[in-house]
Design a binder for this molecule. Structure first.
Ligand code: NAD
Length: 282
């Protein structure tokens, strides 16, 4: 079994981005800038934001954090994003989701111009992805593709099964695999007999948010298994959607949680931000 090591792969990627960020600073006279908007104080969001801000510092991207209270009005949230959209020092805008109840997420996201949409959540970028044209792609699926590429996983002609159909992971993941010439099956909470599909997967990507949903008997011998899930087990420890101990005996390659997809997601956020900065020079 080969471990799909996202931690070390992401460290390699960050090293490359650090050089690119320094070159950008030399050419432009300013640092690459990422604006992070966080509304409310969801504890999970705060952890993600801290990790993202730390990663930015490490590669020489200046991150500007905008923390707003959970009772922020819709117009205020939209105004803030509009201001960042026209700020020349801001290359990328990230609005941490989910937004508190009562706020219209799509309306806030729609204020991010496509060229600063480093999360790839805008309708424009999603449209480009579904047309197989180049644009900014959501960080988690993009990070998974990069991990597979770096481990030499062949995708064309393979049967890829994606468990989960969210707009931030499952759907863009399926689209990327399709664009890479896989035959793609998307499973979700209404799928009857999930195991019948997962057992035929050469590449199995699991993003359901259900601890230990995928057990060894649901995986084909020699499959490549990527676990996106981030759940807490009964002891409060971080765990994925895949029963790692059981599945690792059957899989050819498998990503761990933690240390798999998570660090790759953050590395892709940095990459999308540096890409956006470099585009602004052209
Ligand atoms: P979501 O809740 O929006 O979507 C979950 C999807 O899984 C849905 O489409 C649902 O239909 C499907 N699903 C749920 N139960 C199922 C079941 N029993 N069988 C088949 N399908 C089922 O979640 P999301 O935002 O896509 O995230 C999924 C998981 O990935 C979560 O654990 C989340 O925390 C994690 N995540 C990790 C990263 C990372 O960087 N590591 C990034 C994003 C999300």
């Amino acid at each position: 079994m080969i471990l799909l090591d996202g931690k070390n792969t992401a460290a390699d990627i960050r090293a490359g981005l650090k050089l690119r960020a320094a070159t950008f600073e030399e050419k432009s006279g300013r640092r690459v800038g990422l604006a992070v908007v966080c509304i409310g104080d969801d504890p999970a969001s705060m952890v993600y934001i801290r990790n993202k801000v730390k990663a930015c510092e490490e590669v020489g991207i200046s991150s500007i954090l905008h923390l707003l209270p959970s009772d922020t009005a819709q117009e205020k949230a939209e105004e803030l994003v509009e201001g960042l959209a026209s700020d020349e020092n801001v290359d990328g805008i990230l609005v941490q989701l989910p937004l508190p109840h009562g706020l219209n997420e799509r309306a806030v996201l729609s204020k991010i111009p496509p060229e600063k949409d480093v999360d790839g959540f805008s309708e424009y970028n999603i449209g480009l992805l579904s047309l197989n044209r180049s644009g900014t792609v959501a960080c988690t699926p993009l990070g998974i593709m990069e991990l597979l590429r770096r481990y030499g996983v062949e995708i064309a002609g393979k049967h890829a099964v994606v468990v989960g159909r969210s707009s931030i992971v499952g759907r863009p993941m399926a689209m990327l695999l399709l664009n890479a010439d896989a035959t793609v099956t998307v499973c979700h909470s209404k799928t009857m007999d999930l195991a019948a599909f997962t057992r035929t997967a050469d590449i199995l990507i699991v993003a359901a948010g259900r601890a230990h949903l995928i057990t060894a008997d649901m995986v084909k011998e020699g499959a490549v298994v990527v676990d996106v899930g981030t759940n807490r087990d009964a002891n409060g420890r971080l765990c994925g959607d895949v029963d790692f101990e059981g599945v690792k005996e059957r899989a050819l390659m498998i990503s761990p949680v933690p240390g798999g997809v998570g660090p790759m997601t953050i590395a892709m956020l940095l990459k999308n931000t540096v890409d956006a900065a470099e585009r602004s020079l052209k």
